[in-house]
Design a protein around this ligand. Structure first.
Ligand code: FMN
Length: 320
């Protein structure tokens, strides 16, 4: 059975969002935001504290933590702690992030795609310290269109005994421009002997997901941005793959309830102001396709009072 993965998204896939994904179902692997291995090690030394992105992980069943750095020692120390103390279900190594703070200043993320051998060394060390817990690597096609080397990287990841490789079908230089190139993702599969290949990029609808699963030689798909607007999309895709009736999108009244549950989940981790700030971002995604959504966005930014925000949403969804 092909798997459906939810993508790591910094600033979004926190505890509350992961709980919502579990509530709707249909996801085989749920990932955290990327967590800096170095900040884990340093914070613990200085203050016996953990990065906030690990909040909730310890008690969650079935969560994969995505980690980043460029030192195999630091990454394997962190991976070992995640397995032994946080009881995670999987570790995903970030070799795809093109952001300047990660790929530039910190020589991590997609910067490392230049060096498949180094990626292989890192994966090998992390696999050892993960002691049987699945390790995946998330990559892009390469650094630039002229230097696409996803096959070399995937083979290094396979030789290092990883469980799988997730490929976002763009280069780092492309950031999010253009379209994800699934033909380049497809070229990787025949070059692998046993590890799983997961394709990622631009799956926006249930039909897109089914089309990718049927027409490309992948063991599964990963979905990011589409899930921000529709965290229930995984349950619809799962039903479609099983030839079951596809659950409908929530009605406006149901969406209103979901937004309120989302806020309650955010409040478990965050203070009121941070929970409101975070909720605003999600409301924008939930309502992006509705008429007058821009007006709604403006209105919810004018107040910091959660009851006023709820009133605005109530009226919007009643009249929309
Ligand atoms: C807001 C945002 C944050 C992201 N954060 C991460 C991250 O922490 N780690 C990572 O590997 N990719 C990250 N990504 C990339 C996604 O995981 C995914 O590869 C990309 O969005 C393409 O998939 P999609 O078209 O389904 O969104 C992020 C993307 C977005 C839009």
């Amino acid at each position: 059975m092909k798997k459906i993965l939810s993508a790591p998204m910094a600033g979004f896939t926190n505890f509350a969002f992961r709980e919502l994904l579990r509530f709707f179902g249909g996801v085989d692997v749920i990932e955290t935001e990327m967590v800096s291995a170095r900040s884990f090690v340093e914070l613990e030394l200085r203050s016996f504290d953990y990065p906030s992105r690990l909040w909730g992980v310890c008690g969650e069943s079935g969560v994969t933590v995505q980690i980043w750095d460029n030192s195999s020692d630091t990454l394997s120390e962190f991976a070992g702690r995640l397995v032994n103390d946080f009881h995670v279900s999987g570790i995903d190594l970030n070799f795809g992030c093109p952001a300047r703070q990660i790929a530039g200043k910190s020589a991590s993320g997609s910067y490392l795609l230049r060096f498949p051998e180094r990626i292989g060394d890192i994966v090998s060390c992390v696999v050892k310290s993960a002691a049987g817990i699945p390790v995946t690597a998330k990559i892009r096609l390469g650094c630039t269109l002229d230097t696409i080397n996803a096959i070399d990287v995937a083979q290094a990841v396979e030789a290092a005994q990883a469980d799988g490789i997730i490929v976002h079908g763009r280069t780092a230089a492309e950031m999010y421009r253009g379209n994800a190139n699934w033909n380049e993702i497809a070229k990787i599969k025949p070059k692998l002997k046993k590890i799983n290949l997961y394709g990622n990029g631009d799956i926006k609808t249930v039909n897109d997901a089914i089309e990718k699963l049927q027409n490309y030689p992948v063991d599964g798909i990963m979905i990011g941005r589409a899930a921000l607007a529709k965290p229930w999309i995984f349950s619809q895709i799962k039903a479609a793959t099983q030839k079951l009736q596809i659950p409908k999108d929530p009605s406006n009244a149901e969406l209103n309830r979901i937004i309120k549950i989302h806020y309650e989940l955010l409040k478990k981790q965050l203070n009121t102001q941070s929970a409101i700030n975070q909720l605003r971002k999600h409301i924008c995604h939930y309502t992006a396709n509705k008429t007058n959504s821009r007006q709604l966005r403006n209105n919810i930014c004018k107040t910091n009072n959660i009851n006023e925000i709820f009133n605005i949403i109530d009226n919007f969804l009643k009249n929309e």
